[in-house]
Design a protein around this ligand. Structure first.
Ligand code: 13P
Length: 339
């Protein structure tokens, strides 16, 4: 393990008001996204869509890294350059999703456990050869009557920590993603409580597994009202409670926190990030690693047509720019309008 190099990469991913594009949708998840625009889920359509996003002129000013899926990191631009090579040339760091998705948690079938530890060491070594310098593993914690159980939180935290430790051995920066879902009718206080329990156990297991905090990033949910909660918290409340829970649990040695968007609308996800950075200074950089909130407008504008590539790129450039401004705490309604 080269801790200096891990620290350099982790720090670079959150420096200069840049953030991460999560473009690591599995083949079945991208199917859902393509369905919404009436595009058939073929390998060439997936390649063309990612090609559009990754070759957006000027986006590297706002985007420090891209998380890809196994198929994607093996794909190429039309000129034959691999996506990872194109990114590296452009000062964007290639990343890779290495978990194998969620399965029913044995003994608590309403809950989920993330799989993918078997053979991970070897897969990481291969991804490093393909150009990846950071990775992602997502654990899912659902809120409902009687859940999450401590068992579910602990089992997922242990898997996250095993993954993170293996990444560091292979000189890949782990992004540790324990996502507390926003589905359900729970309120902000309940999301706070579950996020707090989850982060507590995650950092305990990271310490047990001797993960170097200087060489990792945390990708958490924000503390937010459940989607079906009748009383939706304001942007200020979400920002205040999210910063509060992070300050309680995330050691200052972690270089950055890169949020997931988790189903928030794109503009709201930017507003939340802006409100948090406006409360700074923080012990860590607060940035983004959004999937849907960076891609939604671009996906619609593209709609699967070659003739719409420029429009899709324009939408992606705008969202990236707005989120970068939120990292700098300079985002406003004017930034949003100045497309
Ligand atoms: P969303 O921002 O769409 O939640 O995706 C981020 C991600 O990578 C989830 O694992």
């Amino acid at each position: 393990m080269n801790l200096n190099e891990l620290h350099r990469i982790a720090t670079k991913l959150v420096a200069d008001h840049r953030g991460i594009l999560a473009a690591d949708e599995s083949t079945s998840t991208i199917e859902k996204r393509f369905k919404s625009i009436g595009v058939e889920n073929t390998e060439e359509h997936r390649r063309a869509y990612r090609d559009m996003l990754f070759s957006t002129p000027g986006a590297a000013k706002f985007i420090s890294g891209v998380i890809m899926y196994d198929e994607t990191i093996r794909q190429k631009h039309k000129d034959g350059t691999s996506f990872a090579e194109g990114q590296t040339r452009n000062d964007v760091i290639p990343g890779i999703k290495v978990d194998k998705g969620v399965k029913e948690l044995p003994g608590s079938p309403q809950e989920k456990i993330t799989e993918g530890l078997d053979g991970l060491r070897e897969r990481l070594a291969e991804y490093h050869k393909l150009g990846a310098r950071f990775a992602k593993w997502r654990a899912v914690i659902d809120i409902g009557p009687g859940i999450p159980t401590d068992y579910c939180i602990r089992a997922n935290a242990q898997a996250l920590a095993r993954y993170a430790a293996l990444c560091q051995v292979e000189n890949i920066v782990p992004i540790v993603e324990p996502e507390v879902l926003m589905d359900g009718d729970h309120d902000l206080a309940r999301c706070f409580e579950v996020t707090s329990r989850t982060l507590h156990v995650v950092f305990e297991e990271l310490a047990n597994h001797r993960v170097a905090l200087e060489g990792m990033l945390l990708k958490p949910n924000m503390v937010i009202s459940g989607k079906k909660c009748p009383k939706q918290a304001s942007v200020e409340e979400v920002a205040r409670e999210t910063v509060k829970v992070l300050k309680r649990h995330v050691p200052a040695a972690v270089p950055g926190v890169v949020f997931l968007s988790g189903g928030q609308s794109d503009v709201v996800a930017t507003e939340h990030l802006q409100a948090m950075n406006a409360m700074g200074p923080m012990p860590w950089k607060l940035s983004f690693s959004y999937g849907r909130a960076l891609q939604e407008a671009a996906l619609k504008a593209w709609a699967g047509k070659e003739s719409n590539v420029a429009a899709g790129q324009k939408a992606f450039h705008h969202r990236s720019k707005c989120n970068s401004a939120a990292c700098a705490a300079t985002y406003s309604a004017q930034t949003e309008k100045a497309a």
